[in-house]
Design a protein around this ligand. Sequence first.
Ligand SMILES: C[S@@+](CC[C@H](N)C(=O)[O-])C[C@H]1O[C@@H](n2cnc3c(N)ncnc32)[C@H](O)[C@@H]1O
Length: 280
Amino acid sequence: MSMFASSPPIEISELVPIRDLILEQTGMFFEEKKFYFIEKRVQKRMQATNSTSVREYYRLLKLGGGDEIGQLIEELTTNETYFYRNIPQLQSFAEEALQLLVEEKRKAGDYRLRIWSAACSSGEEPYTLVMLIKEHLHDFARWKLEVVGTDIDTKIIAKAQMATYDERSVKDVPPVVLNKYFENQGGRHRVRPEVTNLVQFHHLNLMDRYAMRRMQGFDFAFCRNVLIYFDEDSRKKVVNGIYDALNPGGFIFLGHSESVGKLSGAFKLVKFQKSLSYRK
Ligand SMILES: C[S@@+](CC[C@H](N)C(=O)[O-])C[C@H]1O[C@@H](n2cnc3c(N)ncnc32)[C@H](O)[C@@H]1O
């Protein structure tokens, strides 16, 4: 049996300060019934750092020391994602929102398009957006497209930059798209450079208001399947931060169970045929 499995249980009262620190730093909120999830990861990190008590480990988290907070955050994030996730919503984006916005831009002679995939995990979302845009803009060659993918988890960003995926990640990719934008690399699927060259990845914590303020001039922001892990106050901060990062007329797309509704009155609700979005 591993040392991990035999770690003694941690008292709830000892986990509360760690839970609160995680909330303050990341926006991720764990209710008491989810404490088993934090407990396992704290035990793992305590072993990795040779901490002999939770109190000692908490001090390490607070005082820095090899970015232990970053290490724990990486253990706590849920990175589940895949290409072409939520196809009806992506259709609303590519067939309706994108067309609306590029038509306005064409009239203004502005051929720049900037898209932010906030909480992009291993990169499937930003790469999907490039593929969709290439497929849906008849005058794609005229456009200067820039897609930025950001995430709090540095390890997952490194994976995104590798751009090589297993079968499970591409299960929803239409076969024509799979043939066109992926190449086989030792039985895995590697995204072709014509797509990867248009995406930049950065580490960014959505709760870091200084880093958020540097995000400016986006036409679309995708912030999908991350706010579900946050408390209400943090969700509001993120949605307002994204509002500021968007150009006038810019759109935000959230995950299917997430809504701007109670979080911000600044956006206008836009009803597309297959899903909803919000516009600045
Ligand atoms: C479930 S994935 C969503 C990926 C993609 N957007 C999708 O919908 O398929 C959630 C991502 O949010 C990231 N995340 C969690 N808290 C974050 C924060 N405070 N700032 C930035 N990213 C965060 C996690 O690291 C994880 O990669």
